[in-house]
Ligand binder design. Structure first.
Ligand code: GLP
Length: 240
């Protein structure tokens, strides 16, 4: 897409490039003052870009010493998994029923999350996800159509993440995720084979590729009687 990148985005991409140069070493980042001078941005813009990377776990700050590139996570705590991987890890067989697939304008909310204009097209995909033949999740995803040309002609009953990698060389490496409780409405309950107003977990995810480009905006609704959200958590000591 030939959209002009803002200075903030340029700086963010440059910093991500720096981080990827040697992700094993805990390299210090240049100071905000040096970043501002080098990229011709205000110190505020430089600070915002670094703060964003810190919020997303790419870098960490040490009081009085500066900002450092975080080593890759060793535990599975922050593993970004697909539905398919998630189910296989639990010893269950994943399957998918496609309810809808279409190209349509992004609209305001998806446009903002995917950093495209509301008028830009997205591929919309709504699927029931099954584990060992039992429907446990309803998933609606939107992807910028420009990134996935011809996707509607692909087989959409397999893993979306595998498809992105194999057909479009897009690897999702980071996601912003929000999990909250919800209840199923009549239609959702019917699709998942439970009573209306049954409890569910709503997982909202915006996924980014290596370059920090938003690739997917997803809303997954899991039956609360069949699914729990598992995370391993690590205690971070000083300097981590
Ligand atoms: C999870 C995520 C979704 C993602 C899906 C991909 O369910 N919450 O954001 O779209 O995994 O899974 P798969 O590759 O199995 O289609």
């Amino acid at each position: 897409m030939s959209r002009a990148e803002t200075k903030h985005e340029q700086l963010r991409s440059a910093l991500l490039g720096l981080i990827e140069q040697d992700p094993r070493r805990e390299l210090p980042l240049p100071s905000e003052r040096d970043l501002a001078a080098e990229f011709g941005v205000s110190r505020m813009t430089a600070r915002m870009a670094v703060e964003e990377l810190a919020d997303q776990g790419f870098v960490y700050r040490v009081q009085g010493r500066g900002t450092f590139v975080r080593q890759p996570w060793v535990s599975k705590s922050l593993a970004l998994t697909s539905f398919t991987e998630d189910m296989r890890a639990r010893g269950m067989k994943p399957a998918t029923k496609v309810l809808a697939s279409a190209e349509r304008p992004a609209g305001a909310a998806a446009g903002s999350d995917l950093k495209i204009s509301p008028a830009d097209p997205v591929i919309f995909l709504r699927r029931v996800r099954l584990a060992d033949g039992v429907p446990i999740c309803l998933e609606a995803v939107e992807l910028p159509a420009a990134l996935v040309p011809g996707m509607l002609h692909e087989v959409l009953t397999g893993s979306l993440y595998d498809l992105l990698e194999s057909s479009y060389r897009i690897r999702i490496t980071h996601a912003e995720q929000r999990i909250r409780a919800t209840v199923l409405d009549q239609e959702e309950a019917g699709l998942l084979g439970v009573a209306p107003v049954s409890p569910a977990l709503l997982v909202e995810r915006v996924s980014l590729d290596r370059a920090g480009r938003p690739v997917e905006r997803a809303r997954s609704i899991y039956r609360a009687d069949r699914y729990d959200y598992r995370v391993a958590v690590d205690r971070r000591g000083p300097g981590r």
